[in-house]
Ligand binder design. Structure first.
Ligand code: AVI
Length: 324
């Protein structure tokens, strides 16, 4: 059942079906790749929530620590405003922000946006109970759909936030396009709060993406199950294994699915047959690790002026508050 507090920005299933073109492109070129958005069916979103709890996966708890320490300060700087979260997932870390805004205002609008209907629905219901005086409405859709919708709606003052270093899953060109769209969506004086994972040693990074319980492996493989049901595919998950490596030159984690045996896969809904050779890999995700000062420069090029940055004592993760 869809609650009144959820809006579908577009028919997501239809949108993804049209976007099957990106699967065709990714699987017919060498090396093969699949866009990371296909991680996030409901099962994938659940697995990602489990990743966030892993001891090896430091980004979530480190960013949560920063938010816990500084959410009051963020709310003091921005004052009351409409809060829009891109890729909200379970909104767990957002509670620190919502608590902080509750201290400075009686009424607040919070708009979480995510492609995963299941997780959005359950988090909106929980948040409505916890913050009965807030207007909370979830939007099901992609970032592009969300930003297009926000551009056409007016809020007196707004803060868009994009946490968890999801920006790191964009390649440099996609990152630039995304920041351009953020800058075009915000009115002068509006705010953008960005969480980014910072550069650190391979010894910390690789275990974070190759955890000992195999949850990240399940998350990576689940992408193939997702393609199977969405595009009538016949990927055999037992023929692929997960690996994540840190590419020091590009300062990014790269996640792969390695094929263990030569075979053919078909995706009937896309009218696509793909041959896999033994040892061949599919790149499923990059997760870029940033330099705080360089990111501030990049934001500035998009007319987003940094007001303040915060990090944890180890400088593993950064939070940047900027203003349009
Ligand atoms: C969502 N995103 C920021 C995560 C990351 O760390 O790049 C996705 C992830 N992939 C494997 N573990 C987590």
């Amino acid at each position: 059942m869809l609650t009144k507090s959820l809006k579908i920005l577009n028919d997501h299933y239809q949108a993804l079906t049209n976007e099957g073109q990106d699967i065709i492109q990714g699987l017919t070129r060498t090396p093969k790749s699949i866009p990371p958005k296909y991680f996030y069916d409901d099962r994938g979103s659940e697995l990602f929530e489990q990743i966030c709890e892993l001891s090896e996966y430091y980004p979530t708890r480190t960013e949560a620590w920063i938010l816990q320490q500084y959410a009051d300060e963020i709310a003091q700087i921005t004052g009351a405003c409409e809060l829009v979260e891109l890729g909200s997932g379970s909104s767990t870390k957002t509670l620190f922000l919502l608590d902080a805004y509750q201290k400075i205002t009686n009424y607040c609008r919070y708009i979480p946006i995510d492609v995963s209907r299941g997780i959005l629905q359950s988090s909106v219901l929980k948040l409505q109970q916890k913050y009965p005086n807030f207007f909370i409405e979830g939007l099901i859709g992609t970032y592009e759909q969300a930003l297009a919708k926000l551009k056409s709606t007016f809020a007196a003052s707004r803060m868009i936030f994009f946490l968890g270093s999801s920006l790191g899953n964009f390649n440099p060109q996609e990152c630039d396009n995304f920041l351009k769209k953020i800058s075009q969506t915000l009115q002068p004086g509006d705010y953008f709060l960005l969480g980014i994972d910072l550069q650190k040693s391979k010894e910390i990074l690789e275990p974070a993406y190759n955890d000992s319980q195999g949850i990240t492996a399940a998350f990576n493989l689940n992408m193939l199950s997702h393609l199977n049901w969405r595009f009538q595919g016949n990927f055999d998950l037992s023929l692929f294994t997960h690996q994540a490596i840190y590419n020091q030159t590009d300062t990014q984690i790269e996640m792969y699915l390695h094929c263990q045996k030569s075979h053919q896969v078909s995706l009937a809904a896309l009218n696509l047959q793909v041959s896999f050779a033994q040892g061949e890999s599919i790149l499923t995700e990059i997760s870029r690790k940033f330099d705080l000062a360089m990111m501030q420069e990049q934001l500035k090029m998009h007319r987003l002026k940094t007001l303040k940055t915060w990090t944890d004592p180890q400088r593993w993760f950064g939070l940047i508050l900027c203003q349009a």
